[in-house]
Write a protein that binds this ligand. Structure first.
Ligand SMILES: [Zn+2]
Length: 458
């Protein structure tokens, strides 16, 4: 009953109050997903043309960058023109942020901070249109699994907002939308015991979170011999990092429901999501994905860097944005019947847990969030050694950053007992695999815990 009220009254009212046309976009996306790949490409072409015209007219950064594009000649399909536009990366955004927004955007600019686990902090802006489309895309994909707005949704997620007014508002919002948050950043055995009880009181319809944290939670439940009440469960949605096959197996065998992977990021958008057939479909109405190697597009099936153009990011356009992730586009049609193109993410964000000597297990993002909030930090890498001590390598744009300020920033996460060394460096190299890993831990939990937690897939 409450989910009905949340879905049909609270949610539409909330979206209308903050000026987002989410419900209309959901209806649009529900319809367009069944269109043919040809028609979806035409829709992309029309939206791309509008976006490029808008960016050139209203956003100073693009005025020059797009000055020579002959958009009239490419009226029908500007996709080829898109490939001539220079790529956009985090560094450029940090340097030119003031020039990259549309000051007159309806509904105003909504600031945001991100960086995910890539170790490169980023400030950027949302507009209402883009927020609403990303939200609508999420709602559509959850419906693929029979999960709708207002259904009881449990988050195993890290939230930097904990205390104060913002935290209270968030909690009220969670209750109104039938959502609950369990903190994935503080998962000691003791706390996970409390999570097990919270689960059975809430009886979620779906679980959403980092695959590594959810798999850890499953292994804990198993070690405790707990069979959670999963009678209402329909799906587990994982995102934010690579979902390894052993974690997927742990999760699906424990809950007995499909595990669906979502690929995207705050800044790049809701890029792709797995369907019930296990294929990852692009949100083709909202994003154009290119796969590039050595600066050139590669054909379907070949891997390269994932580069994204968000077709509804008008407040701050993301045109040919480099995600740093590696993937490939796939040809053919999915048996689910949707016309949305498909992709694979071959490697994405990959991080480790951090451990404390007293048995706390910290998700990598719990240390990434405060570091990326620090003014003047361009890049960082956190390495935990076998003795639990931590080294933070920092590339700083601001000479005001001191070892002491970095320590003070991460002390609340790691506690007093862990020794923290800070190195100022000029650059941070990729690992041999070519993948950036910004939190690496060589520490292991105590032997008893290792047995319980480290037997992935068991
Ligand atoms: Zn499908």
């Amino acid at each position: 009953m409450f989910s009905f009220i949340s879905r049909h009254a609270i949610f539409p009212l909330h979206e209308r109050l903050i000026g987002r046309a989410t419900s209309r976009y959901v209806r649009e996306l529900e319809r367009s997903q069944w269109e043919s790949p040809f028609d979806l490409r035409r829709l992309q072409a029309v939206k791309l043309n509008e976006l490029l015209r808008h960016a050139r007219r209203n956003v100073p950064f693009y005025r020059e960058r797009l000055a020579d594009l002959d958009l009239d000649a490419a009226q029908d399909d500007p996709t080829e023109l898109l490939r001539t536009i220079p790529l956009l990366d985090k560094r450029q955004i940090r340097m030119a942020l003031g020039e990259m927004t549309w000051p007159g955007v309806p509904g105003g600019l909504v600031p945001h901070n991100t960086g995910g686990s890539t170790g490169e902090p980023l400030r950027f802006y949302f507009g209402r249109r883009r927020q609403a489309y990303d939200q609508a895309a999420r709602i559509r994909t959850h419906r693929w699994f029979g999960v709708d707005i207002g259904d009881r949704e449990l988050y195993l997620w890290g939230s930097p907002i904990e205390l104060g007014r913002a935290g209270l508002l968030k909690r009220l919002r969670d209750v109104l939308f039938n959502q609950r948050l369990l903190d994935a950043f503080r998962m000691s055995e003791h706390r996970m015991d409390a999570y097990l009880d919270a689960w059975d009181r809430f009886r979620p319809v779906c679980l959403f979170g980092y695959p590594s944290s959810i798999a850890l939670f499953c292994r804990h439940a198993r070690a405790r011999g707990r069979k959670l009440d999963c009678s209402a469960m329909r799906a587990v949605f994982v995102t934010g990092e690579v979902c390894y096959p052993h974690d997927r197996e742990t999760i699906s065998s424990y809950f007995g429901v499909p595990v669906a992977d979502c690929y995207g990021s705050r800044e790049a958008g809701f890029i792709a999501h797995e369907c019930p057939q296990g294929r990852m479909h692009l949100t083709a109405e909202n994003v154009i994905v290119e796969i590039l190697r050595d600066g050139r597009s590669v054909p379907s099936g070949e891997t390269g860097e994932i580069v994204v153009t968000h077709l509804d990011a008008y407040a701050m356009p993301f045109i040919r944005y480099r995600t740093g992730d590696v993937g490939r586009l796939l040809s053919g049609r999915c048996s689910c019947g949707r016309g949305l193109a498909m992709m694979d993410v071959v490697s994405g964000r990959s991080t480790d847990f951090l451990y404390t000597p007293d048995g706390q297990i910290k998700h990598a993002l719990s240390i990434i969030y405060p570091l990326r909030e620090m003014e003047g930090v361009a890049q960082f890498r956190v390495t935990q050694h076998e003795d639990f001590s931590v080294t933070v390598d920092i590339v700083a744009e601001d000479c005001g950053i001191s070892a002491e300020s970095v320590r003070a920033c991460i002390r609340p996460v790691l506690g007093e007992k862990i020794d923290v060394r800070v190195n100022r460096v000029d650059r941070i190299e990729q690992t041999a695999s070519g993948k950036f890993r910004y939190v690496v831990s060589h520490a292991v939990p105590s032997p008893r815990k290792r047995e319980e937690f480290a037997c992935a897939g068991a």
